[in-house]
Write a protein of this length. Structure first.
Length: 202
């Protein structure tokens, strides 16, 4: 195994918010013995460097209904704008991944889970700033879209989109990054691979 140039030697909490905690990591450059301080955030209470990335925090759902892709248009407070996103949320204590998928679908869209096609291994959601891990789940859903279960602090509009509709949405800038990639590959598989790349001269 290749020897790392940076070695994590210390971790300490520097701020404890209601939901998010800030930590300072201290790395040692093994060539010059200089310390590098790096700040990151986490939803988890951590006391040892081995705790980093040890918790699977939530799910993101690639939901399909008769070939159409479910997307949310939701207001996100951190950017003060509407953003296209997948149904997603944190795994609550005692929940399985399937439990979380069912609950989040119900809360955000009113839909029911009918079939899980694939559960991907957990992946880092924002490795440059957090140890948050998410599990992507590809699923088939059914039911009537409703927003009756949203809280007073949520603004969400859910809709199923055809590949052609998603390709038009991709011209807009306000996407969650992971959702944008899912939408692009959804279009690529459904349209571009069959009809060729649009607006490209041979």
């Amino acid at each position: 195994m290749e020897k790392r140039k940076l070695k994590l030697v210390n971790m300490k909490k520097i701020k404890d918010g209601r939901f998010i905690k800030n930590y300072q990591l201290t790395y040692l450059n093994q060539n010059t013995q200089c310390e590098k301080h790096y700040e990151m955030i986490s939803f988890n209470e951590m006391t040892h460097p081995d705790d980093l990335g040890s918790h699977n925090g939530g799910v993101a759902i690639i939901a399909l209904y008769h070939g159409k892709l479910l997307l949310l248009k939701e207001f996100r407070m951190a950017v003060n704008e509407d953003v296209y996103n997948l149904v997603a949320g944190r795994i609550e204590k005692g929940e399985t991944i399937e439990d979380c998928v069912r609950r989040e679908l119900h809360e955000e869209t009113g839909l029911t889970l009918t079939n899980i096609l694939q559960i991907l291994p957990p992946t880092y959601a924002a490795a440059a700033m957090s140890d948050l891990k998410m599990t992507f789940v590809v699923a088939e859903v059914d039911g009537d879209l409703t927003h009756d279960h949203l809280t007073e602090n949520e603004e969400i509009t859910a809709r199923f989109y055809s590949p052609q509709e998603v390709s038009q949405l991709l011209e807009q800038p306000n996407f969650n990054a992971n959702c944008q990639l899912v939408a692009w590959f959804y279009c690529f598989i459904s349209i571009f691979a069959k009809e060729g790349w649009p607006n490209v001269k041979a």
